[in-house]
Design a protein around this ligand. Structure first.
Ligand SMILES: Nc1ncnc2c1ncn2[C@@H]1O[C@H](COP(=O)(O)OP(=O)(O)OP(=O)(O)O)[C@@H](O)[C@H]1O
Ligand SMILES: [Mg+2]
Length: 308
């Protein structure tokens, strides 16, 4: 079965009457890194909470490797590791005890070598005897990851794993995630650092106001929606865009020193050659030029703001 998680018509209405999820359909492929992006309050944590059996759905179904999360909860849950968004840890315990205890909760036999491997990969080995309350926020988050991995899950949910983690450690964490993926673990992550999703994800889903508004291969998404901007740095300032150039998708920067040309990388004709010829014919000289591709973040902001 290529899909490891299958979510059908999933809805969630909280006791307050708030509809946090409105008929979500989503399949997660085995072995992929899937980034779920969405603004605050979009429903990401709710969706993850239901899939992990922490929250009850109002309607619809979720299966994990064919196991229904309600009728076959134990089997479904044992396949999942969850790194929650909120930091909850057993503050008085040591790192070592906590991670081993988590493993025990899933009835897995003790495996100190495996737990050691996880702690080393998360740079927590030298903290193994420290009480969790004495650790920094970023270290606590790594302890949560170690706990989530303690029972060797096939699917790992990471809900904002890098919030409050410094740049160096974030890199290390993503390295761990890549290694897990290489070992066959399916990863579903949320992040507000969209450039991380751009770096990491195989596919991207965007959720807004309880609805999935897009699911796409990341490369395809960037290819399809990506616009490029070509900036010409002018030798001499212009006061206005010469009328002869009006037919081209050019804008003059407010200070008059740059001309910016926007084009669709997908188009059969981008118009770059004609535009450059027209600029030359207009007697405009430039000292340098640069192209920029829109980022996943630009695409995300465009999609989400269109719908709000
Ligand atoms: N227990 C609850 N009772 C009522 N409403 C809730 C409850 N938990 C969450 N909500 C609401 O449901 C919506 C979705 O919340 P959720 O935590 O799933 O969003 P999110 O996408 O994870 O946001 P963030 O990016 O801020 O983590 C929000 O509007 C939130 O206020
Ligand atoms: Mg959340």
């Amino acid at each position: 079965m290529p899909n490891i998680i299958s979510i059908k018509n999933l809805s969630k209405t909280y006791a307050s009457g708030f509809r946090a999820l409105k008929g979500i359909n989503l399949d997660i492929k085995r072995g992929e890194i899937f980034a779920l992006l969405g603004p605050n309050g979009a429903g990401k944590t709710t969706l993850i909470g239901i899939t992990c059996g922490i929250l009850q759905p109002t309607g619809g179904s979720v299966t994990v490797d064919g196991h229904d999360i309600i009728n076959d909860f134990r089997a479904a849950r044992s396949l999942i590791g969850l790194v929650p968004q909120e930091l909850h840890t057993d503050a008085f315990e040591s790192v070592w005890a906590t991670v081993n205890f988590s493993r025990g909760l899933f009835n897995k036999p003790k495996n100190p070598a495996y737990v050691e491997k996880i702690l080393r990969s998360l740079s927590l080995w030298d903290k193994k005897d420290s009480r969790i309350m004495t650790l920094s926020g970023g270290m606590k988050r790594r302890v949560l990851i170690a706990k989530a991995l303690s029972h060797e899950p096939q699917v790992l949910f990471l809900d904002e794993p890098t919030a409050g983690v410094d740049v160096e450690l974030r890199k290390d964490m993503w390295q761990v995630v890549r290694e897990l993926r290489d070992a066959g673990v399916t990863i579903i992550l949320t992040t507000h650092y969209i450039e991380e999703a751009q770096d990491m994800a195989d596919r991207v889903g965007i959720i807004n106001k309880g609805e999935i508004i897009l699911v796409e291969e990341k490369a395809e998404l960037m290819h399809k929606l990506g616009k490029k901007h070509l900036t010409l740095y002018l030798q001499q300032k212009l006061d206005v865009l010469p009328p002869a150039l009006a037919a081209h998708a050019l804008t003059l920067s407010p200070d008059g020193t740059e001309l910016i040309f926007s084009y669709d990388t997908q188009a059969e004709r981008t118009g770059v050659t004609r535009m450059l010829a027209a600029v030359g014919d207009a007697g405009i000289r430039f000292k340098d030029l640069q192209t920029q591709q829109s980022s996943l973040e630009d695409i995300f902001v465009g999609l989400v703001s269109d719908r709000s």
